[in-house]
Ligand binder design. Structure first.
Ligand SMILES: CC(C)(COP(=O)(O)OP(=O)(O)OC[C@H]1O[C@@H](n2cnc3c(N)ncnc32)[C@H](O)[C@@H]1OP(=O)(O)O)[C@@H](O)C(=O)NCCC(=O)NCCS
Length: 202
């Protein structure tokens, strides 16, 4: 692993959740989670997402983790059943910027999990990793994702949309950013929002 590789293995805890490494025995839960219309609509996952796709996905995840190029963690409540996924990738050479991504299984949505996971990994990325600017790329029609971004203190950059082709026709992605150095009370408020929201609806 390169000297500037991202930490592996990693376990992050806070805001009522635990982010942990994927494990081989997560395969069944992973396939159930990713073989779903909203995942097919809003993410680049293959659809249908079958056991073979799941095996390839876990293998790629492990390769990415071992190389230290990305952080790819299962969202859990207590380190057990995976309920979603949180990613950090595309770290720039100067280690100032990176992109993040997230998804939550259909059965576990609207419980504050994505808000908690994005808050937790954003805090770790800026605090421990020392990154100064975090990016999200979101289709403006993806209301759930833009709401999560806004709740976690991300804001639209106004950069030109990124055009992409997909199975549902051409779409475009807006860029959202979180810049380290927000005034303290606002950042604290965001942390509190995630903790309160997840605690409120177990
Ligand atoms: C986007 C996604 C990760 C949100 O996960 P989640 O755990 O349900 O999000 P949260 O519970 O933290 O939602 C926080 C807020 O976002 C908004 N929100 C979430 N889902 C929403 C939806 N379907 N419609 C409208 N608003 C929504 C709400 O304001 C919600 O707060 P509320 O429940 O008090 O109204 C999930 O819907 C998902 O996995 N979608 C498919 C994959 C995807 O789009 N990934 C992002 C690609 S950019």
């Amino acid at each position: 692993m390169a000297a500037d590789a991202l930490p592996y293995p990693l376990r992050l805890q806070g805001s009522g959740i635990v982010l942990r490494e994927w494990q081989p025995d997560d395969l069944e839960d992973l396939v159930t989670m990713l073989d779903e219309p909203a995942i097919a609509r809003w993410t680049p996952m293959p659809s249908p997402f079958d056991i073979e796709a799941g095996l390839a996905y876990l293998k790629r995840a492990q390769t990415g983790r071992l190389s230290g190029r990305r952080i790819q963690l299962a969202i859990t409540v207590d380190g057990g059943e995976p309920l979603g996924e949180m990613l950090l990738f595309g770290v720039t050479g100067d280690r100032r910027e990176a992109e993040l991504g997230y998804l939550v299984g259909a059965r576990h949505r609207r419980r504050g999990l994505a808000t908690a996971a994005l808050t937790l990994l954003s805090g770790y990325a800026c605090g421990t990793l020392g990154l100064g600017r975090l990016l999200l790329r979101i289709d403006p029609c993806n209301t759930a994702s833009t709401s999560v971004a806004r709740r976690c203190g991300y804001r639209l950059t106004g950069e030109p949309p990124i055009a992409q082709a997909g199975p549902y026709g051409p779409t475009s992605l807006d860029t959202w950013e979180y810049v380290e150095g927000l005034p303290g009370p606002r950042r604290q408020r965001l942390r509190n929002v995630a903790a309160r929201r997840y605690g409120r609806r177990p």
